[in-house]
Design a protein around this ligand. Structure first.
Ligand code: G4P
Length: 530
């Protein structure tokens, strides 16, 4: 019987999703603080790295040799070993941001209470829904004027299409923020500005029946409003149901202020009690149990080295079962080879360190001499199964690539294919024409710069990118459909991927609906199969 059950049961692996500036970094810092991982908040990736301009980005990447813009943070709290997967935003937003969600068991969605649901949250949320993972909502910045609480909840439900269950409820916001009401414990936890990075502040809890004390702290008016809202809420909101949470159909909602460190620990405690350790995953050989099965993992991200002298890469893998020991012999299923994973490492804030052992739920990065692809499975030698592949996510920006020197065709094809294999870009071709015309699709525009830079520097090939107006791409699910017979819109373009699968590009999102209407039986999807 494997002896790693206890270690795996402690694991909680989640991603934080948000729109830039909602407070993801601040909240992560506060989590780490509770885990004692850092003395003072502030050592998570610096702002300078998070908000650099494109040119700086290249410099940073070159200097460090590897991107530090996306990392995994591990810390211990309350007998749990927590892995936080960062989902890069800002200019770093790319397909990797989506892929990170494939490695998480649950997601925490941070929403700015003054802004509500924003674009990037919406995009990342869709991927969580596709994966049916539990989604927790943390409504942040309650120390600033926030939107009406009922409106916020309503917006999440309507815009994202998920039921919500507020676990606590804010009392006012901005200057009038008095704390939160814990619906479970039926008590009010008073707001105290324990401030930027210390956890010394002692929480004051007042049972809601103790009206006298409550009024003395929050005033008559706030108390009246709270009682009214609780009544409304109890009558209107969904009840907490762990099964629905597990299925990703009900999102527990929390309120707080990451900056002033209020509501963070309350959230963390509930979150840990409402999430599970790594769950069994599907493979082509059946369900693999994380605790019963020996080591297995899948690659969800490949990070290229920007340094031209070293064309090596780091493959990030999520351990799905068993225990990993450095130096153990494993089997790379897609490569069909036994191998040892070299230089396995884990990220801690912006530091990397070599790991000796890791368990299901953990993420490790290994040195990749160019053999891994996204979605590959690694298991013990003697075994052979593959985990479900990672889908291709819809790019939102497209450009036609023109190669300046036709003599360098070979390098160009090699380079662009290599970069596509790492998952930084997707390559398409004109439908019905030869290979000459290549269309590149990316999730974040920065990837265009990266492509140009890398082709020039690593493959000595100059290219010109001509931006195309398309923003929406759809894979055709029912491939028996005759593409020539599709009745399109004026802004629609037919293309194909490298596996000759047909796709449609659109300038406007409403055209997608129009084409579906005009072609009965046509099935389109935003997630492509690899
Ligand atoms: P992100 O990772 O989601 O992009 O957001 P981040 O944590 O960097 O926060 C964005 C800005 O919002 C930061 O301010 C941060 O201090 C602020 N912030 C985060 N949480 C709260 C909160 O609960 N209340 C208030 N009032 N502000 C919050 P900044 O001025 O842009 O950056 P900085 O100079 O403070 O680092």
């Amino acid at each position: 019987m494997p002896n790693y059950r206890e270690e795996i049961e402690k694991r909680r692996t989640f991603a934080i999703i948000s729109h830039p500036d909602a407070g993801k970094t601040t909240l992560t810092e506060k989590f780490l603080l509770y885990g004692g991982a850092i003395n003072l908040a502030g050592s998570v990736k610096g702002k300078a790295t998070a908000r650099h301009a494109v040119s700086d980005w290249m410099e940073i990447e070159k200097e460090r040799g590897i991107s530090v813009t996306s990392s995994v943070l591990q810390f211990n709290y309350d007998n749990c070993c927590i892995n936080i997967l960062d989902t890069p935003g800002h200019q770093d937003f790319s397909e990797d941001t989506y892929r990170t969600l494939m490695a998480a068991d649950s997601a925490v969605m941070v929403i700015d209470g003054g802004k509500g649901v924003e674009a990037q949250t919406r995009k990342l949320f869709k991927v969580c829904v596709m994966r049916k993972i539990p989604i927790f909502t943390f409504i942040n910045k309650m120390d600033r004027d926030a939107n009406d609480t009922f409106d916020l909840i309503d917006e999440i439900e309507k815009e994202l299409g998920i039921a919500t269950c507020p676990v606590n409820w804010p009392i006012g916001s901005g200057k009038g923020f008095k704390g939160v009401y814990d619906r479970n414990k039926k008590c009010v936890i008073l707001y105290s500005d324990t401030e930027k990075g210390t956890k010394e502040g002692q929480a004051v809890e007042i049972p809601v029946e103790d009206t006298e004390t409550l009024v003395s702290y929050i005033g008559e008016e706030a108390k009246e409003k709270l009682l009214e809202e609780i009544e409304l809420l109890d009558g209107a909101s969904a009840e907490f149901d762990q099964e629905l949470v597990d299925a990703g159909e009900l999102s527990p909602v929390f309120f707080g202020s990451a900056l002033t460190n209020f509501g963070v620990e309350i959230f963390l405690k509930y979150f840990l009690s409402m999430t599970s350790s790594p769950l069994p995953r599907k493979s082509d050989a059946g369900i693999i149990d994380p605790m019963e099965h020996d080591f297995s993992a899948f690659v969800f991200k490949i990070q290229a080295n920007m340094n031209k002298a070293h064309r090596d890469r780091i493959a990030f893998m999520r351990i799905c079962s068993g225990k990993f020991d450095a130096g153990m012999e494993v089997y790379h299923v897609q490569g069909g080879k036994n191998m040892r994973l070299s230089q396995p490492q884990q990220m801690m804030a912006s530091d990397r360190h070599i790991v000796e052992e890791a368990y299901a739920g953990d993420i490790i990065g290994v040195f990749d001499p160019g053999i891994f692809s996204i979605g590959d499975t690694i298991c013990m030698s003697g075994e052979k199964f593959t985990y479900e592949g990672i889908p291709t996510f819809a790019p939102e920006h497209f450009a036609r690539v023109r190669q300046m020197d036709t003599m360098k065709r070979k390098q160009f094809v090699k380079g662009i294919n290599q970069i596509a294999q790492e998952g930084a870009i997707q390559i398409f071709q004109e439908y019905n024409t030869g290979m000459e015309e290549i269309i590149v699709g990316v999730v974040g525009v920065l990837q265009f710069e990266v492509l140009k830079y890398r082709l020039e520097n690593e493959y000595n090939v100059d290219i010109k990118l001509e931006t195309l107006p398309y923003e929406h791409i759809r894979w055709i699910e029912n491939q028996e459909i005759d593409l020539d017979k599709i009745v399109g819109t004026s802004d629609m373009k037919k293309i194909k991927d490298l596996k000759e699968r047909p796709l449609l590009l659109f300038v406007n999102s409403w055209s997608v609906g129009m084409v579906l209407e005009r072609n009965k039986g046509l099935m389109l999807t935003e997630f492509g199969r690899n």
